[in-house]
Design a protein around this ligand. Sequence first.
Ligand code: TK8
Length: 335
Amino acid sequence: MKLKALFLAATLAAGALSLPAHAADTRLIRFGYGLNQDSNQGRAVQVFADEVAKLSGGKMKVRAIGAAALGSDIQMQQALIGGAQEMMVGSTATLVGITPEMALWDTPFLFNSGAEADQVLDGKTGQQIMDKLGDKGLVGLVYWENGFRNLTNSKKPVQSAEDFKGLKLRVMQNNVFLDTFQRLGANAVPLPFSELFTALETKTVDGQENPYNTILSSKFYEVQKYLSVTNHVYSPWIVTASKKWWDGLSADERGILMQAAKVSRDFERKDTRAEADKALAQLKADGMQVNTVSADQVQQMRGTIAPVNEQIKQAVGPELWQAVQDQLKEIRAKS
Ligand code: TK8
């Protein structure tokens, strides 16, 4: 009996060493994301997966796992740092606890357009901030567009800065967002995105803020009546890899991932912008009542939350803050 067991163990060990070549050679990449498969995020992850397969001749295989099945943004970040998961895409806002400089992207009303965001994120400062992830066990590859965020809730149309008062709003797990909405008088509750639909459905919170694309793909229109166009902040997503894992890849493999990431980025921004244009009409058709917050009231909001800028400047350091202000000035002078 004992001998038989030993023999079995030896056979199994030998078998493990002589796995078929194709299985042993294939690199499996678990790529997690928070939104549904049928979303701008899901579509772009698929483009990344296809591109990696193509460029590697099938030797690298991306397994795309959406709908936060691998956990919230923060849980996945920890899995990447520990080496238990290879890649993910999520909000830069959820990385602020790890890399405080990411808070720069949470500055309310920082960018006026997607084109401005692209230039800053893909430019020197965007890269500098991305590189800071290296000390924390993560590798940043590219920024994708999440988009301009707008407010939804189940209570009332938000027309003015005053209307935020008393609303129980879910915010991302990040002090800038918490502080911004508290200053506006809302009762801000930090929650992971993966718990948001249920929190809205059970009325644990009255509202939330996200781009049109996400309000649509996450079906928030089923549990939210009012959509108020505030465009209060542009939100990027960032594609990251586990540094532990990345450091063990060949230069060729890293090159393939980088190239595929850029292809996915270009696809994602186009796809997201095209969808955003149509999503608002779709949300109306799905029964949402939409109002635009007037320029005057937006100005009022900006005034109320202005102290948040000083806080961000402190957190990211005055050099990075100034670098972005200078670049934006330059971009705006040219346009
Ligand atoms: C998805 C999130 C989402 C973000 C949020 O995992 O949490 O509201 O906008 O895109 O990262």
